[in-house]
Ligand binder design. Sequence first.
Ligand code: SF4
Ligand code: SF4
Length: 573
Amino acid sequence: MRIAVIDRNRCKVKECGYLCQINCPMVKTGREAIIIDKETKKPIIIEDLCSGCGICVKKCPFEAITIVNLPEEIGEPVHQYGKNGFRLYNLPVPKKGVVGIIGANGIGKTTMMKILSGEIKPNLGGEAEWEEIVDRFRGKEIRDYLERLSKGEIKAVYKPQYVDKIPDYVKGTVREILEKGDETGGLDELEKKLDLENSMEKNIEELSGGELQRVAIAASLSKDADIYLLDEPSSYLDVRERLNMALVVREISEITGKFVFVVEHDLIVLDYLSDYSHVIFGQPGVYGVISNIKGVRIGINEYLSGFLRSENMRFREEIKFEVRPPKEKREFIGTIFYPKLKKDYDGFKLEVDPGEFHSPEILGILGKNAIGKTTFVKMLANVVEPDNTKLDLKLSVSYKPQYIKPRDSLIASLNLNTELIQRFGLKFLLDRNMKDLSGGELQKVAIVDCLSKRANIYLLDEPSAYLDVEERLKLAKYLKKFAEDNEVSVLVVDHDILLIDYLSDELMVFSGESGREGYASRPLELKEGMNKFLREMNITLRRDPETGRPRVNKAGSVKDREQRKKGEYYYVG
Ligand code: SF4
Ligand code: SF4
């Protein structure tokens, strides 16, 4: 089976003169493997006539064409976005309990969610009526669900991925919005459990990303639905809020017995939250295949291993987590010492223990939102003056903020480093406006913008938001290389513990109460820092024996009790 996909945004016929068609050997011998659409004037590849030689792929100057050869039995075609468009194979299994969805960005997760919610009627790769659709899945667990969907008997609720856009289409105070949509009478409980008490009287436009996320989750879970579809519910939430959210979602699933599907890139949260999982594999923007349903541990492990056992399918190389022993003393090129720092402003107090960090080094920073992490770096950079001392370290800082406000300008107008453009795959975004980018694209542009500047310290605030698992781990690897090559310190604030565990040489832990007072430890050795942080979070982490990835222990389980007793909240070996 052959798939030919043309990215319509990249295809610029006026600038290339149909190089694909001119060079196609089938066309040259009179077989119309590439024709030109009369209306759009864009090429169409006729997959049945295409030999798969790949010449058009090489000739297209805008890398708009992808040709893939797939085994026939890859799956059941479910939906295709027009001729030479992205296509999705298979559907998930609605099961009582929480089903986690793991996969790269652009691989069909949103399409799958839209099909389950009834927003998209699957076209089976061409055109199809409901009768045929239901019939196609005869004997499969999804069949009854599709039949009910076709009769309008399924009420679905979808929590969107990009919560920052909510104030564009919903107006009013949080209380007004949530009370209006409360169909189950469960709002009071959700308000408490999701820590929304202090946000209820605020206007939706005043909310932080974390508050918006919690409001969106409360709005979804207070609806009386048959299926809840939650797209990246942990973005912008800090670690405690993530685990809290997971408990709330699990409870709703257990109490109501309704279907809950969650797309999530924080694997620790997904693991903690889900009973089952589906892996979606394929090629972003080209095709996606939904795997069989698996237990969540097996699903995540197979996803990381790149091999699906029951499907006997290798879809990429393995991602490994090194279990790192405590770091030996290294030679550093530079060491930055700072004294005790204090800052008191707008009702917020910050106290930072004296410490040192080095170059090259990655310093992970863990702590709640609004706890003084940015103020600390601004003090180092001499942008904010500490109250108790004068500090002029003569350090330049390049900063990527947590919330990225897209400017109304072309990406090309940013002064981005050419090598980084290649590495982060931004080449074809250069002629796009920042306002038109997806969350993941915007995140990558902001990271590259930050790393393109010359500085002594780079601070990346929540770089994982909207990036998928592979992108997160690639970023982590690259940041290590970047710090080494440029002999600089990279400070990474993130709430994805797996990412912080993967990339940090040392760890700084911020404690306290958001918006009131923050207390920062000195940079600690990774194990010591993780232990401190997890003790404060009141959770223990073990390592999965197969993959080495960290997993949250169930509260009160044998492992949890053992580790607490030994004071090993972070299990290294
Ligand atoms: S892959 Fe080869 S045969 Fe197929 S459309 Fe491209 S150039 Fe023609
Ligand atoms: S796909 Fe590429 S080679 Fe073909 S018309 Fe479009 S831009 Fe030109």
